[in-house]
Design a protein around this ligand. Structure first.
Ligand code: OMP
Length: 217
């Protein structure tokens, strides 16, 4: 694990964005951990999350014309990333996000910000089964954009629930031939817990969950 990944885990734990317990996921799986990006809810934490995303974004070397943050949790994330790319790296990344309900008056439409044409990189919070990312891919296609990459904070590295035995990321990568990057994966969280040596049963439950749903068992 790289130092910035350890820092990111500590930052997420300090803000209670990363928590341990029992959580039912969108996929119906019951998970011993949850990453709630909605709790990056102060100017200070948004500044920090923007720096982490911008660093990972630059590391990934994406080709892009616009970065897209899907509603709702992707919206502050894409804004924070664009701000950090500009203020810290002098890189202008045009950004956009969607409305969940189309507006039929005023400026109208369902995309706010830069039109989703050309090369589009999705900036979102978490990948589990890939449902949220596939919805974004649908929106980009509808707007005639071309998806060129995905950046998330956490790749939970789980097998897709479709019975294919592939990970959600593998399935998306194969279908779209694009890079998908995450600041951390579930393995980094487990490694962090092992390093600390204080997580006892929580660590055991993480390993059991990984054995059941993880891709690298
Ligand atoms: P998939 O659409 O199954 O890939 O799940 C990703 C989405 O689930 C995220 O965009 C979140 O809305 C939510 N989620 C989290 O926010 N954090 C987690 O740790 C796990 C999930 C989840 O439900 O799988």
């Amino acid at each position: 694990m790289k130092e910035y990944q350890r820092e990111f885990i500590e930052f997420a734990l300090a803000n209670e964005v990363l928590r341990f317990g029992s959580f039912v996921l969108k996929s119906g799986r019951t998970s011993p951990y949850f990453f709630n990006a909605g709790l990056f809810n102060s100017g200070k934490s948004l500044n920090a999350i923007g720096r982490f995303y911008a660093a990972a974004f630059l590391d990934a070397n994406f080709e892009y014309d616009v970065i897209f943050g899907p509603a709702y949790k992707g919206i502050p994330l894409v804004c924070a990333t664009a701000m950090s790319l500009s203020s810290q790296h002098s890189i202008e990344a045009p950004f956009a996000f969607n409305r969940k309900e189309k507006k039929d008056h005023g400026e109208g439409g369902d995309i706010v910000g830069t039109p989703l044409s050309g090369k589009v990189v999705v900036v979102d919070d978490v990948i589990t089964a890939g449902t949220a990312i596939n919805e974004s891919i649908g929106i980009i296609r509808e707007k005639k954009g071309v998806l060129t990459g995905v950046l998330v904070a956490v790749d939970r590295a789980e097998i897709a629930p479709d019975g294919s035995g592939k990970s959600a990321i593998q399935a998306i990568q194969e279908a779209n031939n694009i890079p998908i990057r995450a600041i951390i994966t579930m393995d980094h969280i487990i490694e962090y817990m092992e390093e600390k040596g204080t997580y006892g049963d929580q660590l055991k439950m993480m390993k059991e969950y990984k054995a059941q749903y993880g891709i690298n068992k």
